[in-house]
Design a protein around this ligand. Structure first.
Ligand SMILES: Nc1ncnc2c1ncn2[C@@H]1O[C@H](COP(=O)(O)OP(=O)(O)OP(=O)(O)O)[C@@H](O)[C@H]1O
Length: 275
């Protein structure tokens, strides 16, 4: 169950240098994963908010499957609550009075499905806990489970795993991919992490200043031209390096005292490799 997404949208924004207009257009094939990549303030969240209906574009149109969710000329705007999508924004926005299991039941999961999702997110022991008793990372995983619980043809995720430790993040990326294989949903995910994009996405759009400045596969956009051993990103305050190796990436603990900025060439030290 998946839906193709096509749009041409405009939105006035106020950046640090003054007002400007976000202008984006494109198509995501049904069942594909698109990653939105770009610096803070590039417009990733603003695009996701227009797609899910939390922000009304100033102009343009949005087509999801057979449905016209927004069309400025025809004055059509399907409200957020009427769009069949799974959404996880950066704020988990959980219901304070519902426990973890109830949050998933409320989103549409059966009792058995809710337990499976809690298991998948490594939250089974917290099924009876309300959000105030969960850590930031646990709340984020519950919000991701809730997005999956909707069983929607389109999933919109804004930095869904940013609060997870690196080993858990890798497990959850694999499970998200498995879920997509099983259910076939189209996934649009904003991420700052090249390694995550390489693992999850079929296609990446690079945003900057409210425009899509480049499009391609993760290998083309993030790795191509990066010689073997080039640092393409730093994670965890520079303690972990993402390094290009022949069309893929590996993660390595940064050697103490070394200059590890993106673009630097590093010798790959097998004793420092991470999963
Ligand atoms: N409601 C709004 N009205 C006008 N401008 C806004 C609004 N929300 C955000 N902006 C501005 O739009 C720009 C894009 O913000 P957005 O949150 O979409 O960026 P982002 O790429 O998701 O960043 P981050 O990676 O930090 O989450 C920023 O300059 C921001 O100040």
């Amino acid at each position: 169950m998946s839906a193709a997404v096509s749009f041409s949208l405009q939105l006035p924004l106020h950046g640090p240098a003054g007002p400007y207009t976000m202008q984006v257009e494109g198509t995501v094939a049904a069942g594909h994963t698109l990653a939105l990549y770009g610096p803070s303030g590039a417009g990733k969240t603003s695009l996701l908010r227009m797609l899910c209906g939390l922000t009304t574009p100033a102009a343009g149109w949005l087509q999801v499957g057979d449905a016209r969710w927004f069309d400025a000329e025809r004055q059509a705007h399907v409200p957020a609550q009427a769009r069949h999508i799974g959404v996880q924004m950066q704020q988990p926005a959980l219901f304070p009075h519902l426990n973890a299991l109830q949050q998933l039941r409320f989103a549409g999961a059966s009792h058995a499905e809710a337990h499976l999702l809690l298991d998948m997110m490594e939250l089974s022991t917290l099924a009876g806990s309300k959000p105030a008793r969960l850590s930031g990372g646990q709340q984020q995983r519950l919000a991701l489970a809730r997005a999956l619980a909707r069983k929607a043809p389109l999933l919109l995720l804004d930095e869904p795993l940013s609060a997870q430790d690196s080993a858990l993040r890798l497990r959850l990326q694999d499970r998200l991919r498995e879920q997509q294989r099983a259910h076939g949903f189209t996934l649009i995910v904003a991420s700052h992490e090249p390694a995550e994009i390489v693992r999850l996405a079929d296609e990446v759009w690079q945003l900057d200043g409210g425009q899509i400045v480049a499009r391609g596969t993760p290998a083309e956009r993030l790795l191509q031209g990066a010689p073997h051993g080039t640092v393409i990103a730093q994670e965890q305050d520079g303690r972990v390096l993402v390094i290009a190796i022949g069309g893929g990436v590996l993660r390595m603990r940064a050697p103490a005292g070394a200059d590890c900025l993106p673009g630097t060439r590093m010798a790959i030290d097998a004793t420092r490799l991470l999963p």
